[in-house]
Design a protein around this ligand. Structure first.
Ligand code: KIV
Length: 247
């Protein structure tokens, strides 16, 4: 399995890191067969898997169940799990919840924003962390690009440098201008993983349901699709229905 030092080496060697969200054993197995470098049990499961309105609605209990499923579907892929909304507010709570996710099968926990004391406390007990800056879906009231003004860009860059000092295994940068993505990538030792952050980051993460187009809904502007599971799935189900009725 790739480890934190491999991800650092990939950054230094200019080899891009592929990260993909994963929420169950079947698709995790498929992602591992495709040699995806890192799987993210994202709290985006709230939206794409569970039909909730906001990522903030998902619980620690559900994140543990999903992480355990992804773990069961893989044998040697690095698994990052999101700390769900409200699980990392104070250091004691954060450490307890991070341990639960690691016990469920995660190799690292991803934390949105800058709860620095919690991040430090988690690192201190030897658990790898992944930062997440730019658009922060857990607390966002709109989904517009972040870091457009100089002030906002400087704040995100400053936060990235502060998080980088904690030696995270990666920093996710969501929906920020490409120039800011590049600046942070050059300033940070940790690999940056972009989602709508231009193509100069050290890697890329996208939501599996988006790249496979598993829903009929409009996807964010930075999403690249590689399949149309919605159309194929509806057509396969319709064929199945016909088969049942006719045979
Ligand atoms: O939950 C998630 O899928 C994420 C990605 C958007 C980075 O945090």
């Amino acid at each position: 399995m790739l480890t934190t030092s491999d991800f650092l080496a990939m950054k230094r060697g200019g080899k891009k890191i592929s990260m993909l969200t994963s929420y169950d054993a079947a698709f995790a197995r498929m992602a591992e067969a495709a040699q995806i470098d890192m799987l993210l049990v994202g709290d985006s499961a709230a939206n794409v898997l569970l039909g909730m309105n906001r990522t903030a609605e998902i619980s620690m209990e559900i994140m543990q169940v999903l992480t355990a499923a992804v773990k069961r579907g893989t044998s040697n892929t690095y698994i990052v799990c999101d700390m769900p909304f409200g699980s990392d507010g104070d250091p004691k709570n954060a450490v307890r919840n991070a341990k639960l996710l690691i016990n469920a099968g995660a190799n690292a926990v991803k934390i949105e924003g800058t709860p620095l004391e919690s991040m430090r406390a988690i690192k201190e007990i030897g658990i790898d962390i992944v930062g997440h800056l730019g658009l922060l879906p857990q607390t966002a009231i709109d989904f517009k690009q972040r870091g457009k003004s100089q002030e906002d860009a400087e704040k995100i860059l400053g936060d990235a440098i502060t998080i980088d000092e904690l030696k995270p295994c990666a920093i996710v940068l969501e929906h920020i201008p490409a120039e800011l993505g590049e600046k942070i990538t050059k300033a940070a030792n940790a690999p940056t993983i972009g989602i709508g952050a231009g193509n100069c980051t050290d890697g890329q993460v996208l939501v599996m349901h988006d790249i496979l187009k598993m829903h009929p809904f409009k996807t964010p502007p930075f999403v690249q699709t590689f399949e149309n599971f919605w159309e194929r799935g509806v057509s396969a189900f319709a064929e199945y229905k016909k088969w049942v009725e006719e045979k």
